[in-house]
Design a protein around this ligand. Structure first.
Ligand SMILES: [Zn+2]
Ligand SMILES: [Zn+2]
Length: 355
């Protein structure tokens, strides 16, 4: 036994892999790289399923690199560290989000916004690293990542609920912080899925007045339990007259095309509509919808590593957690179909011990 524990050179790991676009998952093995001086080896315990995993595994975003091991909502425990690692020790509870490397030298890397690295940030899966090797994500028992892209999971967060925070959490926390959601601000959250149900909790904890805009009234009581102050159904046209000119900030978490002009009409002067959901087709809007209220349309891509740590600490401090359904490794194909039918409240998380 002790021989195996000390043998860090054996970096074979079981994974869930998609051999080609839209194919079902297969359980197979891959080899992770040997630890470099700054690398951390992580035993993955839970891996969240993000909607972008499905787009990628289906080859919808620029083809894709196959075989593919998706997963960028990773929570686990440090199993070994490289010789020069200082931030982490064996046994630490840690997470990996959407990125595993960046240049470390450009102005954005230096300011802690690695996601906008000018050399190109390296995605956790479906990417080539700076050596040209494909990256494989979190539907896996082990992963090796440089310590600068590893974050600490606070004791107050269980690993299963922590995993979706690594993408869904930071994707909503970062724009709410950037556009100053807080006391005295009226914030609308569009959509109440994996992203939206976290956005409500963050905006509420930051002190903003939170309104949920969802297609029907189905999720109203749950939205209020997450901290929403108001809830309106967007399938009721009266909603858009009632709420005209109301919001400082609208965070759109929906990936379908919206009637952008209708949503812009809900903003106050200087208000901003921020998109974190990305529709496949281009949105359309009338520029007068911006001009008449000095309004802005914006977008936001997850968040940097420092802010991801801040988000995890904030989540533990405020008792913020996603609502999850934990599944086995052999249920992932079925889970994908359920996500596409919006039949999940609100995030699937793979129990990696079932791999
Ligand atoms: Zn994601
Ligand atoms: Zn950079």
């Amino acid at each position: 036994m002790s021989l195996m524990c000390n043998n860090h050179k054996n970096l074979m790991t079981r994974v869930l892999s998609v051999p080609s676009a839209k194919a079902p998952f297969e359980q197979t093995t891959i080899e992770r790289r040997e630890l470099r001086p700054h690398d951390v080896l992580i035993d993955i315990k839970f891996s969240g399923i993000c909607h972008s995993d499905i787009h990628s595994a289906h080859g919808e975003w620029g083809g894709g690199i196959f075989p593919m091991v998706p997963g960028h909502e990773i929570a686990g425990v440090v199993a070994a560290v490289g010789t020069e690692v200082t931030k982490f020790a064996v046994g630490d509870r840690v997470g990996i989000g959407c990125f595993v490397d960046s240049c470390g030298e450009c102005e954005y890397c230096l300011s802690g916004e690695e996601q906008y690295c000018t050399k190109g940030v390296i995605a956790t899966y479906n990417a080539l690293d700076y050596d040209g090797n494909p990256t494989y994500g979190g539907y896996s028992q082990k992963i090796v990542v440089t310590e600068g892209f590893v974050v600490r999971i606070p004791d107050g967060l269980d690993l299963d609920v922590a995993s979706p925070l690594l993408c869904a959490g930071i994707t909503t926390y970062s724009p709410l912080k950037h556009w100053n959601a807080g006391p005295g601000k009226k914030v609308a959250i569009v959509g109440m899925g994996g992203l939206g149900h976290l956005a409500i909790q963050y905006a509420h904890a930051m002190g903003a007045e939170v309104t949920v805009l969802s297609r029907s009234l189905n999720k109203k009581s749950e939205a209020l339990s997450f901290g929403a102050d108001h809830y309106f159904a967007t399938n009721d046209p009266a909603t858009f007259t009632t709420l005209a000119g109301r919001f400082d900030l609208i965070l759109n978490t929906v990936s379908a095309n919206l009637d952008v002009d209708a949503y812009l009409s809900l903003l106050r002067v200087d208000g901003t509509l921020v998109n974190v959901g990305a529709p496949a087709e281009s949105d359309q809007y009338n520029v007068f919808s911006l001009i008449m209220g000095r309004r802005s349309i914006a977008g936001s891509l997850v968040g940097g590593i420092r802010e991801t740590q801040e988000m995890l600490d904030f989540s533990a401090q405020h008792g913020i957690a996603p609502k999850i359904e934990v599944i086995r490794a052999d249920q992932v194909d079925e889970a994908y179909e359920r996500v596409l039918r919006s039949d999940v409240r609100y995030r699937f998380v793979i129990d990696v011990s079932t791999l």
